[in-house]
Write a protein that binds this ligand. Structure first.
Ligand SMILES: Nc1ncnc2c1ncn2[C@@H]1O[C@H](COP(=O)(O)OP(=O)(O)O)[C@@H](O)[C@H]1O
Ligand SMILES: CC(=O)OP(=O)(O)O
Ligand SMILES: [Mg+2]
Length: 374
């Protein structure tokens, strides 16, 4: 019974699972929250991971450890067995993902220290998007400056986009190579990917996980001149602008609440500010759907996934309303059916399959870890 221990160190949490490879089911799992927050008894990710490993105890047949790492830059495009040199590589990318990579690295160091005899593998959020063409990943600024500082689109949530687009092919019983799919990963962080024959050709997040969709606390797309304007006119410095765009924008900035459940509940109770925030959220998603149909040159499937995508039926319906002329239809009854399984929400015979597929980043990390290390 081979088991893979999967560690997902987020900016303020650590999720973990012990995945049995034979059944592809978690044997156990958990979440440590409020890491490093004031009043928390978990001062940092290293301490959090030590506690998890202590609670885990002995008696498990762990064959390898898989770590989610958010930013692999241009350096890491494959699952990578972690050495001291790889640790330094991940550290070197911290400037591109300051909320995520240092936390990932602390988790890696603590786990390697506690389980030195096991192979540890880094699975990068950026890896699935390394297939983007230059036209898709290039920002139109000075070429040399951009190259010198690694400024380009990398894209994120790749583990989820890969897993979900492959699941769509299995669910539809069609060859992955023939499918043009738009994946909407709508969680706390949110991104869209255009996947053509299993290959990512476009995605909404950029050099960092800030660009693209409206998120819980992140603005997504914004005219870069807004930063210059707020610096000059409102006197905000760079740290304040970073905080503003990454931590105090998105649904939180628009409505005072960053959790979709609360915003949706308020809007449903007639709160106009919440409804206006949701209108911005939906409008942004529709812009990407239109753009990605053009990039794909057709569309076979739209897949909703992650916390919001899997659970918010009203949002799904309203995001796709009026797109019938593109062959996109939603069956209201199927859409309302709550389930933990992959499912259609389009009617039978619809030209575009509209699906809800629960993501499972931990299982994907476990699979890739085993493939790289065992
Ligand atoms: N039943 C639900 N209805 C609407 N939104 C939901 C529901 N369950 C979770 N969400 C939303 O999903 C988001 C979190 O998604 P998740 O994929 O768990 O995020 P992450 O992994 O990025 O932390 C939150 O905005 C939360 O409100
Ligand atoms: C990359 C990213 O945005 O991750 P998360 O959704 O976990 O914040
Ligand atoms: Mg997530």
């Amino acid at each position: 019974m081979t088991q893979i221990f999967v560690v997902n160190s987020g900016s303020s949490s650590i999720k973990y699972q012990l995945v049995d490879l034979a059944t592809e089911q978690p044997v156990l799992g958990g979440l440590v929250e409020r890491v490093g927050e004031p009043g928390s008894d978990v001062p940092d990710h290293a301490a959090g991971l030590r506690r998890i490993l202590r609670d885990l105890g002995n008696g498990h047949e762990i064959a390898a450890v898989g770590h989610r790492v958010v930013h692999g830059g241009a350096l890491y495009t494959e699952p990578t067995v972690i050495t001291d040199e790889v640790e330094r590589g991940i550290e070197g990318l911290a400037a591109l993902a300051p909320l995520h990579n240092p936390a990932n690295l602390q988790g890696i160091r603590a786990a390697r220290h506690a389980l030195p005899e096991l192979p540890h593998v880094a699975i990068f959020d950026t890896a699935f998007h390394h297939t983007l063409a230059p036209a898709a990943y290039t920002y139109a600024i000075d070429r040399d400056l951009a190259a010198q500082h690694g400024v380009r689109r990398y894209g994120f949530h790749g583990t989820s986009h890969k897993f979900v687009s492959e699941q769509a092919a299995v669910f539809l019983d069609r060859p992955l190579a023939s499918l043009k799919t738009i994946v909407l990963h709508l969680g706390n962080g949110a991104s869209v990917a255009a996947v053509d024959g299993g290959v990512s050709i476009e995605t909404s997040m950029g050099m960092t996980p800030l660009e693209g969709l409206v998120m819980g606390t992140r603005s997504g797309d914004i005219d870069a001149a807004v930063l210059i304007h707020l610096h000059r006119q409102a006197g905000l410095d760079f740290d304040e602008l970073d905080q503003l765009l990454n931590r105090r924008s998105g649904l939180l900035g628009l409505s005072g609440n960053g959790d979709m459940r609360d915003v949706q509940a308020a809007a449903s109770n007639g709160d106009e500010v919440a409804e206006a925030a949701l209108a911005v959220y939906r409008h942004r998603i529709r812009r990407y759907i239109g753009a990605y149909i053009a990039h794909l040159g057709g569309l076979d499937a739209i897949v909703f996934t992650a916390g919001v995508g899997e659970n918010n039926s009203l949002l799904r319906r309203r995001v796709l309303a009026g797109l019938e002329f593109l062959g996109i239809h939603v069956d209201p009854d199927r859409n309302e059916l709550a389930s933990r399984e992959a499912r259609f929400i389009s009617p039978d015979g619809s030209p575009v399959a509209v699906l809800v597929i629960p993501t499972n980043e931990e299982l994907e990390i476990a699979r890739q870890t085993a493939a790289a290390a065992l």
